[in-house]
Design a protein around this ligand. Structure first.
Ligand code: GDP
Ligand code: GDP
Ligand code: MG
Length: 335
């Protein structure tokens, strides 16, 4: 080898290593929001919200078709909001503010309603934070709310953005839970780390993190069991999972609480237990397609003070969308 070849070789190595470092450095903080949107998001939200839109939209239409802004008008507006699960406190605040703004006609009141709904939902951090190598997302919630399904949907979204999620089946209490997660994972094309039935969920979380490191995966998503009947056990279990992940990963990027929109105000009470125990950073509100009471989004944020980050609008893999308040309000109030 002559010296020119050596110089060229060294230069080539430097360029490749530099590019490699650049790619790795970028991957270290895979920022979900900066990556291109998958195509499924092109479907208009209004058509995916189904019954909520029909019902709230329908009753509001009848409110706004009234000519006079009399007491009956304001009462009906408040009733429509409460019926949509916006929550009594939030509904009163919203109607009070619109009334105070002294609109001249129904159309103006309608525009004010959109403004007030947007205002309640404004200014919250709805990004999915994926810092850390790997990033850690812990998913908690009552059984049947849609945790496992939502994890599959989130994994699919991450895959579409060229990230490499790995799933931890830390719901070791229900025998079928591992199988269900694996079935989804196969479909999405991601790996699952599981444990023996009845084994310690925290050890599954630990093993998943170790596997992610060994295989160079970007994001660890941990599925958990959620039973409220036994709050002490739940607390101990989630506390231990958190400790293990924090000790090992340094920090947890997100703790997502999965809530079932059809559980209404009842679900809110359960949610409070999890927010006390688990340090929830974001909410996934599922089954919005199956309820006429989509106003629960507003009640959830008002009462828990935690941002809704994703909404579930069906059982399919594409039926989980990042929550966009403006789009949501437009869809609710669309003619
Ligand atoms: P987990 O017990 O919390 O893990 O809940 P699963 O993920 O097993 O979901 C329970 C049921 O809810 C399943 O039949 C899911 O298909 C269904 N499900 C989950 N999310 C949604 C959603 O956004 N819309 C509808 N219609 N069904 C959903
Ligand atoms: P019981 O139904 O009130 O008798 O409650 P148990 O505590 O006996 O548990 C019933 C089910 O919950 C069993 O399948 C257990 O494996 C499961 N289980 C027990 N402890 C825990 C726990 O700490 N966390 C979770 N998620 N499940 C548990
Ligand atoms: Mg599950």
């Amino acid at each position: 080898m002559d010296s020119l070849t050596i110089v060229l070789l060294v230069a080539a190595i430097v360029v490749v290593a530099g590019a490699g470092y650049f790619v790795l450095a970028r991957r270290r903080t895979p920022d979900f929001e900066d990556l291109p949107e998958p195509r499924a998001d092109a479907v208009p939200l209004a058509s995916r919200l189904g019954r909520t839109r029909q019902t709230l939209g329908g009753s509001l239409r009848s409110v706004f078709s009234r000519g006079d802004l009399d007491q009956g008008f304001w009462d009906e507006m408040e009733e429509a909001l409460v019926a949509a699960d916006v929550g009594i406190a939030a509904s009163q605040i919203i109607v009070g503010r619109i009334r105070d703004s002294d609109p001249e006609h129904a159309e103006e009141a309608r525009n004010r309603l959109a403004v007030e709904l947007r205002r309640i939902l404004a200014g919250r951090d709805r990004d999915l934070h994926l810092s850390g190598t790997p990033a850690v997302v812990l998913v908690v919630g009552v059984n049947g709310t849609g945790k496992t399904t939502s994890i599959a949907k989130i994994a699919a979204r991450l895959r579409e953005r060229d990230l490499t999620p790995i799933l931890g089946a830390a719901d070791t209490f229900r025998a079928a839970a591992d199988t269900q997660l694996r079935m989804w994972a196969d479909r999405v094309g991601v790996e699952v780390v599981g444990g023996q039935s009845g084994s310690d969920p925290a050890s599954v979380a630990f093993d998943t993190l170790a596997a992610a490191r060994a295989r160079g995966r970007d994001v660890v998503v941990i599925d958990t069991a959620g039973r409220l009947q036994n709050k002490k056990n739940l607390m101990a279990e989630l506390g231990k999972i958190r400790r293990v992940l924090e000790r090992d990963a340094g920090r947890i990027g997100e703790v997502l609480l999965v809530l079932d929109a059809t559980a209404g105000q009842n679900g809110l009470a359960q949610a409070r237990v999890f927010t006390e125990i688990a340090g929830v950073t974001g909410i996934v509100l599922t089954k919005l397609d199956g309820t006429a009471r989509g106003g629960i989004v507003i009640a959830v944020e008002q009462e828990l003070g935690i941002p809704v980050k994703f909404i579930g609008v069906g059982e399919g893999i594409d039926d989980l969308i990042p929550f966009d308040p403006d789009e949501f309000v437009d869809a609710l109030l669309a003619e």
